[in-house]
Design a protein around this ligand. Sequence first.
Ligand code: KIV
Length: 271
Amino acid sequence: MSIHKSVKKVTTHQLREMKSRGEKIAMLTAYDYSMAKILDMSGIDVLLVGDSASNVMAGNETTLPITLDQMIYHATSVVKAVERALVVVDLPFGRYQGNSSEALRSSIRIMKESGAHAVKMEGGIEIQESIVRVINSGVPVMGHLGLTPQSIYKFGTYTVRAKEEEEAQKLIEDAVLLEKCGCFGIVLEKIPAALAKKVAETVAIPIIGIGAGAGIDGQVLVMHDMLGITQDFKPRFLRQYVDLNEIISSAVNNYIKDVKSNDFPNDQESY
Ligand code: KIV
């Protein structure tokens, strides 16, 4: 039986079992109560309160400006809606790169104030101390390697990462390290499919990809992108399942027309 039917609440342990039996993991981002409810009721396995909220909710160009308080606000709204999915929350830029005590304090705030189930951090060996400290406190941590958007100014481009041997080798070493540190899973973003597959075969923890091909344990997309709410972001890896922008615009146009023509409200819609 699929996990959608058999499991009441998805846990990090169940994600690992899904990998062992070859069942793919479906993950999407969520930032608010109403959408999180729809995604959870639809059977999504993991909801990521991504710092992509900085882009799609707050209108920033990058993920860097979003604050811990803003992430906790989004996470709290999502957790209230969720009955089944595992809720993972991004630690925002600046909260774990420099100081493992701050990483621990921030993770504990997220867990206590929002009720989320896990946190995610971007990077490998450079942030090992923060990852170990947070996991040792009992908070599950998901890693994130490849194109890590919090480092976009270092990369200088959103192009595919780890195409060269040296960066690919470091990525594999980082993935092995994250597993050793106790991470329960890793997101791989925008790297060659063959490299992602090799990582998934090398480690026992689930590898969830975005722009990392099909040879891994699951997929994640930004909800606004896959629903066609975002208009100006169409990378090759994105499959848009519906054009919500078009559907919403058309509904709003009809509403405006009805209001202007005095067609709305009619007698049945009035008291
Ligand atoms: O913040 C986010 O939405 C993410 C996904 C792209 C994996 O980290």
